[in-house]
Write a new protein. Structure first.
Lengths: 585, 237
């Protein structure tokens, strides 16, 4: 019952005529637009059917109006029952409709008198209806203002219908005489325009008739015979397809393109080009003697066998003394020979692990020579993995020297920031690399001396020699461009030498060949290392690989030569066949 | 050092090296999962090692230690790289990437200035000077070289330099209705430059092949050194 009361409350809300906002009945002003709602009381008071305020919140059922108990729908508390309630009401409505339909068709058993099915109106509604109707009629008759307004409206409707009849008069002759009298007279008074035949040239200028179909009158449209679909054969039905779809294609106007002779030539040329047959020609099939896998296996087998044979049978005691030693290698040898015991030498390990066999072999005799001279080594690298490679290099190639870290050499680790880091290191090595790779202070302070290999070093030019072991020409160039100016800034110019991979040599050599030389020495690859070994006359790593390397090179050169010959033969062979074929034809 | 003389750790390292070498060589047969596993393992180890180096060699001693235990000046100076690092880290997210532009601009600017300055003063001008000095007769006589051979060498170097530069000259001219014509002498010179470039690439390829061949020799030498003692042991037993 609470919900019922709520619904009634909603019904008694007052709608503001100004803005349409619903307001509670006790408000004097609209809560939205603040319009004065006081007139409501006066109108309510003036009407007889106004509900007293005390009775507004009371439902008709509560008031005991007959029949309202049946009409009011009890809103259940449980929302789940709403569906069931709606279903019941729908079924009731369907039953009523069926009953009504039966009564209309007059079937047997149907009840023709529907008054029996009408619920008797409640007394209050009967009173209300009769009173309202009577009062409204009286009010209209008695009130002169309302009378004038409504009479004016009636006159307007009459004029409007008369005006409409004017328009329809042309097509419809069934209109009554009284309604169409005046307009007809006006039309009759005016002289009619005579139909004039247009000249042919003017008719030709009406392209609309060429394209669009002639307009049909409404009667013609109504009398169209449906020719398609289920309504075929019926007159005056709405078309199932638009008119435009029924009509055929519009007549095309002939267009003559104004082209010059040049345009015509170009068009013919383009037509000829597009008209050519672009047939793909099959590629000449190349004869393959064996699959790529077999070739790869055969080459690997030959190369492996030759190298292993050379490694197992090589006589490492035989030193290649007859090897012609290049000048750049001799320069390095002379520079190192000029060092004194206790000199500090900077060694940069600037290569990747993949090229460590070559560069280890090339640098091993040089570092060996340096250690024989009794110098201290300082290792750096602009590659993060360089310091580890440096440690590994000393461990595996300089075992005989019994090196101790921070005593014979120091590893300052990684120089970050590439070229900018190199400049920073050249300007102030103490600030750039303050710690060793073991995170120990390298340079000391007021209380502690610097590590032995770094004593007396304040700038990069304080080193007696700089050796860069490098595999990339870009890194070598960075050392030359960024560090070399600082090496030459001191009173005694510090020489810079390179130990490079064979793949970087062509791009580093110009710095050695330049006049004046930018780098003072260059040792390249295994050949350079072996040459240096021939100078130091010490058993070293390059000699281990030298014979196998030479054997491998010879085998590779043979394989390349054989492969080249085979390729040439393959390329010549089909041409010969073609030539024979053409000759026989 | 013989395999028998190795310690346990070295022996384990040698065995691992032997196994991984064989796995890498298995690529000769065909691309296979074992080869790829080995490659991924090497890449992972390298990345891990680089990370450790960067942390212990760069971040800790140059950023963290000055900020924590440095004096006031070091702490203030440490704030600058810290701020730049934080800004650079914002590049991770697209929403905050624009905050890292200033740090990135600083890096690129410094790098470009360093490279350009070094390239001009360290390579271009000295190499131009070297080319000019090749024709310095008094200089050649001071060195004591053969004058004629030195001059021929200088001419070849000069010709090679100009011809190579001409090969990379792509300027064309238009004459009447004919367009896209390269001047005849430049075209001929560029053909000569092509020969020099081909020779250079040939030398570079020979260098790359030489480096790779040494790596192969070193690995095969390792395998021979690993297997030889084992074979000797088996034979003696």
């Amino acid at each position: 019952m609470a919900q019922t009361a709520h619904i009634v409350d909603k019904m008694t809300e007052f709608i503001c005529p100004n803005c349409g906002t619903s307001n509670s009945p006790d408000q004097e002003f609209c809560q939205s637009c603040h319009a004065n709602l006081a007139f409501r009381n006066t109108t309510e008071g003036s009407t007889d059917n106004a509900v007293p305020e005390s009775e507004e919140n009371q439902s008709p059922a509560e008031e005991g109006y007959p029949g309202f108990e049946d009409e009011l729908i009890e809103v259940p508390e449980d929302n789940n029952n709403l569906d069931d309630l709606f279903k019941e009401e729908t079924e009731k409505a369907e039953i009523d409709l069926n009953t009504f339909a039966d009564s209309e068709t007059g079937e047997e058993g149907a009840i023709s008198d529907d008054s029996q099915y009408r619920d008797p109106l409640p007394d209050w509604l009967i009173d209300l209806t009769s009173e309202d109707v009577g009062k409204d009629e009286e009010r209209v008759l008695k009130d002169p203002e309302i009378d004038e307004d409504e009479q004016g409206l009636n006159n307007l409707e009459k004029e409007f219908s008369a005006w409409l009849s004017e328009i329809e008069n042309d097509d419809d002759s069934d209109i009554g005489e009284e309604e169409a009298k005046e307009p007809v007279e006006e039309i009759v008074d005016e002289p009619e325009l005579e139909q004039v035949e247009l000249p042919e040239w003017l008719e030709a200028m009406r392209p609309v008739e060429l394209v669009a179909p002639p307009l049909r009158s409404r009667d013609e449209a109504n009398e169209l015979l449906e020719g398609r679909g289920p309504l075929a054969g019926i007159w005056g039905v709405l078309p199932s397809e638009p008119d435009s779809a029924r009509e055929g294609e519009p007549k095309s106007a002939s267009v003559v393109l104004q082209v010059s002779e040049n345009n015509r030539v170009n068009a013919d040329l383009l037509k000829g080009m597009l008209g050519e047959k672009w047939e793909s020609k099959p590629l000449a099939s190349s004869q393959v003697f064996a699959s790529q896998d077999y070739i790869r296996w055969i080459i690997a087998l030959i190369l492996f066998a030759a190298i292993i044979w050379a490694l197992t049978t090589s006589n490492q005691e035989q030193n290649p003394r007859s090897l012609n030693t290049p000048n750049e290698v001799v320069s390095v040898y002379n520079l190192i020979n000029g060092l004194t015991v206790g000199d500090r030498v900077l060694v940069a390990f600037e290569y990747d692990p993949g090229l460590s066999p070559e560069l280890d072999a090339a640098a091993a005799p040089i570092v060996d020579h340096l250690l024989l001279r009794g110098v201290y080594l300082t290792m750096v690298s602009t590659s993060p993995i360089g310091p580890l490679l440096g440690e590994r290099f000393l461990t595996f190639t300089q075992v005989d020297h019994n090196l101790r870290t921070n005593r014979n050499y120091v590893n300052l680790g990684y120089i970050p920031a590439s070229t900018a880091g190199l400049i920073s290191f050249s300007q102030n090595p103490r600030r750039t690399l303050p710690f060793t790779i073991e995170s120990e202070p390298a340079w000391g302070d007021a209380n502690q001396k610097a590590l032995l290999p770094l004593q007396g070093i304040y700038q990069v030019s304080d080193f007696a020699l700089v050796v860069v072991i490098v595999d990339q020409p870009e890194v070598a160039r960075a050392w030359i461009e960024q560090v070399l100016p600082y090496l030459q800034a001191g009173l005694e110019r510090t020489p810079l030498v390179m130990v490079s991979s064979a793949q970087a040599e062509p791009l580093i050599r110009p710095y050695y060949e330049a006049i004046p030389k930018q780098i003072q020495g260059l040792v390249t690859g295994l050949a350079g290392g072996t040459s240096y070994t021939s100078l130091t006359r010490r058993d070293s790593l390059p000699l281990t690989y030298w014979e196998a390397f030479g054997t491998g090179l010879i085998i590779a050169a043979l394989l390349i030569t054989i492969g080249g010959i085979v390729n040439i033969s393959i390329s010549l062979f089909p041409r010969k066949i073609n030539d024979e074929g053409e000759g026989s034809e | 050092m013989s395999l028998v003389e190795l310690g346990w750790l070295d022996l384990i390292g040698a065995v691992l090296g032997f196994v991984f070498t064989l796995l890498i060589f298995s690529y000769i047969i065909a691309d296979n999962p074992l080869f790829r596993f080995t490659i991924f393992l090497f890449i992972g180890i390298s990345s891990g090692f680089v990370t450790i180096i960067v942390i212990y060699n760069v971040l800790l001693p140059r950023l963290v230690v000055p900020l924590i235990s440095g004096n006031q000046g070091q702490q203030l100076l440490g704030l600058i790289p810290l701020a730049l690092s934080v800004l650079l880290l914002m590049k991770i997210s697209p929403r905050t990437a624009h905050w890292g532009n200033s740090a990135m601009a600083y890096l690129v600017g410094v790098g470009a200035a360093t490279a350009i300055g070094g390239g001009l003063l360290g390579t271009l001008f000295p190499q131009m000077g070297a080319l000019i000095n090749l024709f310095d007769v008094s200089g050649i006589q001071q060195i004591g070289g053969n004058l004629i051979i030195s001059l021929i060498n200088a001419v070849i170097i000069l010709l090679g330099t100009i011809a190579t530069l001409a090969f990379f000259h792509f300027g064309i001219r238009s004459k009447g209705n004919q367009t896209g014509l390269q001047q005849g002498w430049i075209e001929n010179l560029s053909q000569l430059g092509r020969i020099f470039i081909a020779v250079t690439f040939g030398v570079l390829f020979a260098g790359v092949f030489s480096a790779a061949l040494i790596a192969l020799v070193e690995r095969l030498s390792f395998l021979v050194d690993f297997i030889k003692p084992l074979v000797t042991l088996i034979v003696t037993m």
